[in-house]
Design a protein around this ligand. Structure first.
Ligand SMILES: *Cc1c(COP(=O)(O)O)cnc(C)c1O
Length: 372
């Protein structure tokens, strides 16, 4: 039996009927931009994240650019960000005209390394800093990051594209962020029927700026207080997300069960899965293991042969991307952990409503590799 790396078609019974019904009525009413679905989504998201203000937008990359602009990042400003992330984080800095400085990864929790970050902060004195909560959890030192940035008066933007539903000390990870973002790309934990994103903040002022930027800098319909752009979330996406939010708890529960299954079974096969640090309740975004760079292609070959999907999240550091070269000013961290981890990381299939048979199939493929 083939097992995909991720399958986003496993909807709850009746879900697609409800969605089709929504599309029908909203289309008949030409309800395409803004309106009740978007407001309902924004308040639902504020409830789930415990952030006071939510601004929905077109995608997760725009959400980052809006957040950077909202905290005042302008052309020529310096921004610190992790070297291990999805490319969009790096891109967003360059797209707002700022200069990126990357910070190496901690080999324990695989998140940005706090001590290296501190060194970068002292050296660069940036206009803003970014942190990314990768893999469905976050850094063990999240409180220190927030405290340090506050002390230094450096706004910290938290890229939460992978941590929707993650809890830290039993509360939403987004709750105490100055400003954070997420993505509703269909493969994320809360996915839309296309692209979508959001900005979360507890600052009314930042929320007003973010909303203005996402809608042509509008202060009223024909008055523009800012150079923004069109990054509105459309109403159909909002409707799909409103339907999905009702099932979020069950989806995350199912993902976490799959994550647990790997924690129990992989060590017996000599593969060490990475656990979230203390204090975190993960959302089951993905499975993460580290294997030796020599072993990885051999395991992957057997998985391929057996039709088992896998991932390498991420196969390269940001500072090693060809597109980074003209922009990157400096990378911090002597250990090159980001580079080493990207040569070792292997992700096994994990998605909501993965069956027991599928989980067992992944394990038999790994056993088959061990036998050879
Ligand atoms: C998915 C993702 C993004 C980008 O989101 P889009 O909606 O695809 O633009 C940004 N950062 C991280 C860490 C992501 O995983």
């Amino acid at each position: 039996m083939a097992v995909p790396f991720i399958d986003i078609k496993r909807f709850e019974p009746g879900f697609l009927d409800q969605w089709n019904e929504k599309v029908k009525t909203m289309s008949a009413n030409a309800q395409f931009i803004g309106g009740a679905e978007v407001s309902e989504l924004e308040s639902g998201l504020s409830q789930t994240t415990s952030a006071k203000y939510t601004v929905a937008c077109a995608n997760g990359t725009d959400a980052l650019q809006i957040a950077l602009r909202a905290v005042g990042v302008k052309r020529g400003d310096k921004v610190i960000l992790p070297d291990s992330t999805f490319w969009a984080t790096f891109e967003s800095v360059v797209n707002v005209g700022a200069d990126p400085y990357t910070v190496d990864t901690n080999s324990g929790d695989l998140q940005m390394d706090f001590d290296t970050f501190k060194e970068a902060l002292d050296t660069v004195k940036p206009k803003a800093a970014m942190i990314v909560h990768l893999y469905g959890w976050g850094t063990s030192r999240i409180e220190e990051y927030r405290k340090l940035c506050k002390e230094r008066n450096v706004p910290l933007i938290e890229d939460g594209a992978q941590c929707f539903g993650v809890l830290y000390n039993n509360e939403s990870i987004y709750k105490d962020a100055l400003i954070s973002t997420t993505s509703f790309y269909p493969a994320k934990v809360l996915g839309a029927a296309g692209d979508g994103g959001a900005i979360f903040t507890n600052s009314e002022e930042l929320s007003v700026i973010a909303r203005r930027l996402a809608n042509h800098g509008r202060t009223s319909h024909y008055e523009h207080g800012d150079i923004g752009w069109n990054s509105r979330l459309d109403s159909l996406q909002a409707a799909f997300l409103n339907l999905s939010l009702k099932h979020l708890g069950k989806r995350i529960e199912s993902r976490k069960q799959a994550a647990e299954f790997y924690y129990k079974t992989l060590p017996g096969l000599g593969i060490e899965p990475i656990h979230p640090p203390k204090g975190y309740t993960e959302n089951g975004y993905c499975n993460v293991t580290l294997v030796s760079p020599e072993e990885r292609p051999k395991i992957e070959a057997v998985l391929k042969e057996k039709g088992i999907g896998f991932g390498n999240i991420y196969p390269g550091a940001m500072s090693d991307q060809p597109g980074a070269k003209p922009h990157l000013i400096q990378r911090f961290g002597k250990d090159q952990n980001a580079r080493r981890i990207s040569a070792s990381v292997l992700n096994f299939p994990l998605f909501a409503y993965m069956t027991d048979a599928e989980k067992d199939e992944v394990i038999s493929a790994i056993k088959e590799y061990k036998k050879r």
